[in-house]
Design a binder for this molecule. Structure first.
Ligand code: URA
Length: 271
């Protein structure tokens, strides 16, 4: 029986109102009918990231696709500079987000030899259109804060994932794990002295912890690459999108930025 156009229109309006802005596939999937078995994470290990002292949550390991992580690792290792890395990311098919409505890969912006690397969560709608991270409202606030801290030309900005999660949902650990070798390669090529982890999804993933951002922010952690070859001080802070919703929290984020600049500009200890 053909659907009543008014009912379809009303249903679509309901979905839009509820925040749905993308369809994954042409046909619906009844996941309840598939049963709980199909929803269980695959029990595989992720060779993507090293622990940083705190125990890695089992969930992260279980959800990663080892084939995708290995392919990302190979593709990232072949990139000899940031231009090649951007091309390798754009050509990479191992992150599920690429097939969930994103227009393009969003890699990075900023100084290629920056002493600070800012790592956000993932591209949003504006980033998806413009092809650069943190260019929407949250990005403008981030830029203002970085400028006020004297960091404008001293940052390289990227995300834990390179494709916009549909509806701006938080990227899953599996999606972050698939992109992690590219993030690590970016760190190896830029060689920043410090990492600033913007928001809970970034901090939890990069530090492999399940602690919340309010417990993590403003404290120094040691980030370590998967092979242990790179180690960097990392400072979690509040995400600028959160600050737009909770302006009273800006004070805390500002304290974090001051902590970062203090360490960045601290004279080296005499040897
Ligand atoms: N939020 C992020 O975490 N990253 C972006 O690039 C934009 C918004």
């Amino acid at each position: 029986m053909p659907a009543d156009p008014r009912a379809v229109e009303s249903l679509l309006a309901f979905w839009v109102e509820a925040g749905v802005d993308v369809a994954y596939a042409d046909a619906p999937v009844d996941r309840m009918a598939l049963g709980l078995e199909a929803l269980k994470p695959k029990p595989v290990a992720a060779p993507g990231l090293a622990p940083t002292g705190a125990a890695r949550p089992a969930l992260v390991r279980e959800l990663a696709d080892p084939g995708a992580v290995a392919a990302a690792h190979d593709a990232a290792a072949g990139a000899e500079d940031l231009t090649q890395l951007a091309a390798a990311i754009a050509a990479f098919d191992g992150c599920e987000l690429k097939r969930q409505g994103a227009r393009q890969a969003v890699f990075a912006r900023g100084a290629p030899d920056a002493p600070v690397m800012v790592i956000g969560e993932g591209p949003g709608a504006d980033e998806d259109v413009q092809g650069a991270p943190f260019v929407g409202r949250a990005g403008k606030l981030l830029d203002k804060m970085l400028a006020a801290a004297g960091l404008t030309d001293r940052v390289f900005i990227t995300n834990t994932v390179f494709w916009r999660p549909p509806g701006n949902r938080t990227p899953t650990p599996a999606e972050q794990a698939a992109c992690a070798p590219f993030v690590e390669r970016a760190i190896a090529l830029v060689r920043p002295r410090l990492l600033l982890l913007a928001g809970g999804a970034s901090a939890k993933h990069m530090l492999q912890t399940s602690d919340g951002i309010l417990a993590l922010r403003g404290r120094w952690f040691e980030w370590r690459s998967a092979d242990g070859g790179l180690e960097l001080p990392a400072l979690p802070t509040l995400h600028p999108a959160f600050l737009l919703r909770q302006p009273a929290a800006k004070k805390k984020a500002w304290e974090d930025l001051l902590k970062l600049t203090e360490r960045l500009d601290r004279p080296p200890r005499p040897t």
